[in-house]
Design a protein around this ligand. Structure first.
Ligand SMILES: *[C@@H]1O[C@H](CO)[C@@H](O)[C@H](O)[C@H]1NC(C)=O
Ligand SMILES: *[C@@H]1O[C@H](CO)[C@@H](O)[C@H](O)[C@H]1NC(C)=O
Ligand SMILES: *[C@@H]1O[C@H](CO)[C@@H](O)[C@H](O)[C@H]1NC(C)=O
Length: 287
């Protein structure tokens, strides 16, 4: 049996093709909610890892007893702190949100409390996008903006917020830091979110996750094996003038290994046949 270099190249390509469709196929299909793809680097950013979900009770109602809390941002010079969730409504159960009808209370994704009143600064949205190299997410349709600081016209605008994501490789996803940056007219609020999920991944898997470190390592190992096979074959063929199986790199080593395994199985087989199970060391074959 002859094994030519071209058939080796073919098998290496086949192996590589196993990984490539993962990235190529997802180009055409639309992205999962809360996932953005950078047009410049092609990396995927899955923000759903920092989207907090309340523990579901049996009747499917939100329960907030002892469960996780949404992300908090200190207001500093603003008279209140902010509570925010990413791509999902806040975990906290809200009541009497100023200027928002009851049906939409459960969809508020960011709010603050002032003088005992709850003000929404945006309804749930889950389509982050890239503005240049900046990954941003915005929430709109919050409480009405107060009009008294403007003209006498009734202000029909509603509060909204915009979040800018920054990559922090050292932090775990649970250490996401949301910082309040500012508001010019108490109508649009600007936040900065520092998290490891904003660093991007190779490809979204079937469950929307990026290709993890294990997957990346697998691809690298595969490439290394392909380079070893192809480079070794080229060397054996052109420099050592070997043909057939002998042009495989380290042919004698591999052949010896295969031989060893064959003998091992043969030896075990013979033990099984003779009914003695106690001694299975293959060493006596060699001594
Ligand atoms: C905001 O939070 C900080 C600590 O988390 C707290 O000390 C401060 O009183 C809060 N401010 C308001 C207005 O609730
Ligand atoms: C609240 O959000 C859910 C999930 O995105 C959506 O299906 C529902 O229509 C929203 N409700 C309102 C009142 O916007
Ligand atoms: C808010 O996000 C939507 C997509 O979800 C986008 O079309 C719109 O331009 C954004 N608005 C701002 C002010 O960034």
């Amino acid at each position: 049996m002859k094994l030519s270099t071209s058939s080796l190249i073919q098998s290496a390509l086949l192996l590589a093709a196993y990984y490539i469709p993962v990235t190529a196929a997802s180009d055409s299909e639309s992205l999962a909610p809360c996932v953005a793809r950078s047009p410049t680097t092609g990396l995927y950013y899955d923000l759903s890892a920092i989207s907090l979900t309340p523990p579901e009770s049996k009747d499917g109602e939100k329960t907030h007893k002892g469960g996780p809390e949404s992300w908090h941002a200190r207001g500093h010079d603003y008279p209140s702190n902010f509570t925010i969730n990413i791509c999902a409504p806040v975990v906290e159960e809200l009541k009497d949100v100023v200027g928002v009808e009851k049906a939409r209370w459960k969809n508020v994704s960011a709010y603050y409390e002032l003088d005992g009143e709850v003000y929404s600064i945006g309804q749930q949205a889950s389509d982050p996008f890239f503005r240049g190299r900046k990954l941003v997410l915005n929430y709109t349709d919050g409480s009405p903006c107060s009009s008294d600081s403007y003209s006498s016209d009734v202000d029909t605008r509603t509060k909204s917020s915009i979040m800018s994501f920054l990559c922090d490789r050292d932090a775990h996803a649970s250490q996401t830091a949301v910082s309040y940056v500012g508001t010019m007219d108490e109508c649009t609020y600007f936040f900065e979110v520092r998290s490891s999920v904003a660093c991007g991944g190779m490809a979204p898997g079937p469950d929307g996750q990026g290709l993890g470190p294990g997957g990346v390592f697998g691809v690298i190992a595969l490439i290394a094996v392909a380079v070893y096979l192809l480079g070794g074959c080229a060397y054996q063929r052109t420099v050592m003038h070997q043909r057939g199986w002998r042009q495989c790199p380290n042919y004698s080593l591999w052949a010896g290994m295969v031989d060893f395994i064959k003998r091992l199985r043969l030896y075990r087989l013979s033990i099984t046949m003779s009914g003695h199970w106690t001694f299975i060391s293959p060493l006596p074959l060699y001594y």
